[in-house]
Design a protein around this ligand. Structure first.
Ligand code: FAD
Length: 377
């Protein structure tokens, strides 16, 4: 029921804006506000947050079904329908009133600031630092590629606050801070233009002796990656679900095209060269869906491993690349037109193999989990 009502909402309230958004390369504030207001009314905006913080309290299988529906369009529009990082559930009671509650109510937007010019896949090598000064922390450094920081009211910022001795040598102690826009020493500037997903802008964040009180640490000092990990691993399952949704739209359009486009006196779906592509697309998509639903179900059971999430994200995002590429092929020249959804889906799909851990990072996680029991990793 939730999936069907979200699907209808996207068809009625979101698709009509797609042409405008893709042509403009951004989501106009009035479109953003109108979609968010309706989404809040219908309970989609915060459905993924637990009930005790004012959210919809859906289980993760339902969340995956919703994420699948959301995947059909640009991330610029997806971000208007459902928002807020679950990482904010780590807020203390005092932090809740300022950060979590307004996000759940759709009054404030957050962004997640980990990546730096010198630290992407190797997130442990971030160089943004926070030094203690009395009851404050003073942050200095730079982040890049930060999604939605232009629209956000505050950022969850990861900074090095010291070093830990570990059996494998010294490791940075990393802490997450809640930093409000407008704090002295914190500047947000537009980053480069991504090639897909209009309206989902990336930004550069600069911290120059930016002072925040210790009450704005999210979680405990030194536990930034534990806090992030709790959110990032389930997040990968939802990225897998988004990929399945986008692939389903590309496949549905390809089926309709193959059943109606005529060449050589017959519909192109009658040519085995086309119909076998469609068969492979459907098979791969269903395989990705089941891997994703299984991961979401394991998340609900409390048995999801990092490797389960990595396999779902890896397979679904790579499946999406293959399916959207074949969708372009089935559509021929029409697949290359930027005012037609197929070319947009193909372009928007590419990011899914890069963010939330690249395909190579997912393969590391999976291979470690199967080799480690043999002491071979
Ligand atoms: C549109 C967009 C939005 C983003 N939004 C955010 C955001 O909101 N917040 C945020 O913090 N970050 C964000 N990111 C950053 C994103 O998470 C990183 O781009 C991603 O983690 C990869 O890091 P990198 O770009 O530095 O690539 P690199 O880490 O430099 O990787 C380059 C290549 O080397 C490979 N590689 C690296 N290490 C290994 C290894 N050990 N073994 C094998 N291969 C390896 C990678 O897989 C990749 O193919 C965003 C990025 C983009 C493009």
């Amino acid at each position: 029921m939730v999936r069907d009502s979200l699907r209808a909402f996207i068809r009625e309230e979101v698709y009509p804006h797609e042409d405008t958004v893709y042509a403009a390369g951004d989501v106009a504030p009035e479109i953003e506000e109108a979609i968010r207001a309706k989404s809040l009314d219908l309970g989609f905006w915060n459905a993924h947050f637990p009930e005790d913080v004012g959210g919809g309290g859906i289980d993760n299988v339902t969340y995956a079904l919703m994420s699948q529906e959301l995947g059909v369009t640009t991330w610029g529009l997806i971000s208007c329908i459902m928002g807020g990082s679950l990482i904010l559930c780590a807020c203390t009671e005092d932090q809740r009133a300022v950060y979590l509650d307004p996000v759940v109510r759709g009054e404030k937007l957050d962004c997640f600031a980990l990546t730096e010019p010198g630290a992407g896949s190797d997130a442990m090598s971030i160089r943004t630092r926070a030094r203690r000064d009395g009851d404050d922390w003073v942050i200095t450094g730079q982040k890049h590629f930060i999604s939605n920081a232009d629209r956000a009211d505050f950022a969850v910022v990861f900074a090095v606050t010291g070093e830990n001795e570990t059996p494998r040598g010294k490791r940075s102690r990393i802490t997450a801070f809640l930093v409000d826009k407008g704090t002295k020493g914190f500047v947000v500037e537009p980053g480069s233009n991504p090639i897909g997903n209009p309206g989902h802008n990336v930004n550069n964040l600069y911290f120059d002796e930016c002072r925040v009180p210790s009450s704005q640490i999210l979680g405990e000092e030194g536990t930034g990656f534990d806090v992030a990990g709790e959110w990032l691993v389930p997040g990968r399952v939802m990225v897998a679900a988004n990929c399945c949704g986008k692939a389903r739209r590309a496949l549905d359009m390809s089926l309709e095209w193959a059943a109606s486009r005529k060449q050589f006196g017959q519909t192109i779906g009658r040519f085995q060269g086309v119909s076998f592509k469609l068969a492979d697309m459907e098979t791969e998509l269903q395989a990705a869906e089941w891997l994703t639903y299984d991961a979401a179900w394991r998340l609900d059971q409390g048995t999801l491993s990092d490797a389960d999430a990595a396999m779902a994200k890896l397979y679904a995002s790579e499946m999406l690349g293959r399916v959207t590429d074949e969708a372009v092929q089935v559509h021929g020249g029409m697949g290359m037109m930027s005012d037609f959804p197929i070319g947009r889906l193909w372009r928007d799909a590419r990011i899914e193999r890069i963010w939330e851990g690249t395909s190579e990072v997912q393969r590391h996680i999976i291979s470690r989990s199967i080799l480690r029991p043999l002491e071979a990793s």
